[in-house]
Write a protein that binds this ligand. Structure first.
Ligand code: BES
Ligand code: ZN
Ligand code: ZN
Length: 508
């Protein structure tokens, strides 16, 4: 896997009666609801349990959401105790747990904790896996380009032992926790690709990574890559037009996961602009460096396939990555150019900075034509307007199939990768008609930019049930989630897609 070392590599589930502390650098985590007393008896030394009771009675430990109280315990088998506030019982859902544990990760790091014993004896009904997930997401850091600091080299939690009630189903809890660890690792993989500087992330990098995943032992994936010349023969001029100004050749990457009992095929298409300068319609300099993140959709698709190839759900999944750079150059496409896309439609390129929809157009049309998936979903940092509409809190979802949209909304809720629907009425499609070609690649300025972007894409999916996620706001710059450091990309989409696909596979 293509991630750094800060990850949980061992998870065990033990029944309370079998508990024994083993190893060093242990922190015992005691969750507590708001205004309830921490129940630590039989886990901690009796004096420590009594201390917690006293602190709680004196209202020093409150159980308020995201509050915590750390007690060093140098003379015990454990190094410290962390009481973690879960907030009100009624509001304690998976996302609340992720955010709470996100805060705890900093405490673990400061206190050099490597092994977390999580006392869930009284919380078997909670989605324990959310805690596991947020430890992996929370302690992810990106240090590819930094000298490691020898003295205060960061320590990560590499082992979690979940203590459950004697009557709990350890196998089911273990399975859910292992899966959460794997999926959060895949999400960190996507974050890693996105954080990597654009001089090290080229279209070719996606092709190589896809081959690597396909070549992993027991991956059930195959990989094919369409090269520039082949795309030219196929008439993918919308994609090729974007790539013209760039030095690095475009790639159209397909990573196909197959399951022998699958009855359905889902295609996931991710925008992979490894740098978006805007092209001849050049972007202002201020935030241009952020456009290294313009491949977050592609990274999400790639790493979803990585997770899927490990988890092996009974569904076929095709990951599709149109990968290009969008650069100005003497040969670059210019505003007013007209290109004919793979499906024969002509497009007037009025703004070369609306390039995501151009590369997706060919990728979508070719994928529905060639693979005939039952559902196609694209994910893209497509419009600044999505940030205006929803901030960094939710991604926009639009599409042609209510059922698919509802399922994606539900997966978003379950994973904390929240989506919010926008309408896609015919009136918006009319706004994308061109004066000189079938379509224009931009709509009227400052009007419903996220919707018109989606309306454009709709012209390339035919009758295949389709949904589009605009993740311009949620792919990076997210500040409201303690388990995601705001300077890093979020990996948005990996957890959502994986959850959705596993559900689809289970429900036939
Ligand atoms: N990659 C950008 C969208 C974007 C903007 C992502 C800000 C993340 C943060 C996209 O290619 C773009 O430039 N879109 C234009 C479209 C417009 C010209 C119709 C935009 O949003 O301004
Ligand atoms: Zn752009
Ligand atoms: Zn872009």
């Amino acid at each position: 896997m293509i991630v750094n070392a800060d990850m949980v590599t061992r998870i065990s589930i033990v029944k309370a009666r079998e508990l024994a502390f083993e190893g060093d650098d242990i922190c015992v985590v005691i969750p507590v609801y708001y205004r309830k007393h921490p129940l630590a008896e039989k886990i901690l030394a009796e004096e420590d349990a009594a201390t917690l009771r006293t602190l709680s009675e004196k209202n020093i430990i409150t159980g308020r959401r995201k509050s915590y109280y750390y007690i060093p315990a140098p003379s015990r088998e454990y190094k410290g105790i962390l009481v973690l506030g879960l907030g009100d019982y009624e509001d304690c859902d998976a996302e609340a747990m992720r955010r709470t544990m996100g805060v705890a990760v900093d405490v673990f790091r400061r206190n050099h904790i490597r092994h977390v014993y999580l006392d869930m004896r009284f919380y078997d009904n909670l989605p324990i896996e959310a805690f596991v997930e947020s430890i992996n997401l929370g302690q992810y850091h990106f240090d590819t380009y930094k000298e490691p600091e020898e003295e205060n080299a960061p320590v990560a939690v590499s082992e979690i032992t979940v203590i459950v009630d004697n009557a709990a189903d350890t196998e089911a809890i273990g399975k859910a926790c292992q899966r959460a660890a794997l999926v959060s690792l895949a999400a960190n993989g996507a974050r890693h690709f996105a954080n990597t500087a654009s001089n090290d992330m080229k279209p070719e990098t996606f092709a190589q990574a896809a081959y690597q995943i396909a070549n992993m032992e027991d991956s059930c994936c195959t990989c094919t890559v369409l090269e520039e010349s082949h795309m030219a023969e196929l008439g993918m001029n919308a994609l090729l037009g974007v790539a013209r100004g760039g030095e690095f050749p475009p790639k159209l990457v397909f990573l196909k996961y197959r399951h022998p009992e699958a009855s359905r095929t889902v295609a996931l298409v991710g925008k992979g602009v490894t740098f978006d300068s805007g092209g001849i319609s050049l972007k202002p300099a201020g935030k241009m460096h952020e456009m290294k993140f313009d491949m977050c959709g592609a990274a999400a698709v790639l790493c979803t396939l990585m997770a899927v190839s490990h988890l092996k759900p009974a569904i076929n999944v095709i990951g599709v990555i149109p990968a290009v750079t969008n650069m100005p150059d003497g040969r670059a496409q210019t505003p007013g150019d007209i290109v004919r896309a793979y499906n024969g439609k002509t497009i007037e390129v009025l703004n070369t900075d609306a390039e995501g929809r151009l590369i997706l157009a060919d990728a979508l049309a070719y994928t529905v034509d060639t693979y005939k998936p039952n559902i196609i979903v694209d994910i893209a940092t497509l419009t600044g307007a999505a940030v205006v509409a929803l901030g960094h809190v939710a991604a926009a979802v639009l599409g042609t199939n209510e059922y698919v949209i509802d399922e994606l909304l539900a997966a978003g809720k379950a994973t904390g990768e929240i989506l919010w629907p926008l309408p896609l009425w015919k009136d918006y499609e009319r706004m994308m008609e061109g004066d000189f070609a079938d379509l224009s690649n931009i709509g009227p300025e400052r009007e419903a930019g996220t919707i018109t972007g989606a309306a454009f894409l709709k012209a390339f999916v035919g009758d295949t049930p389709w949904a589009h996620l605009d993740i311009a706001g949620t792919a990076y710059g997210v500040k409201n989630k303690p388990y995601l450091k705001s300077k890093y990309a979020t990996g948005f989409g990996v957890r959502l897609f994986t959850h959705w696909l596993l559900g689809l596979a289970e429900n036939g």
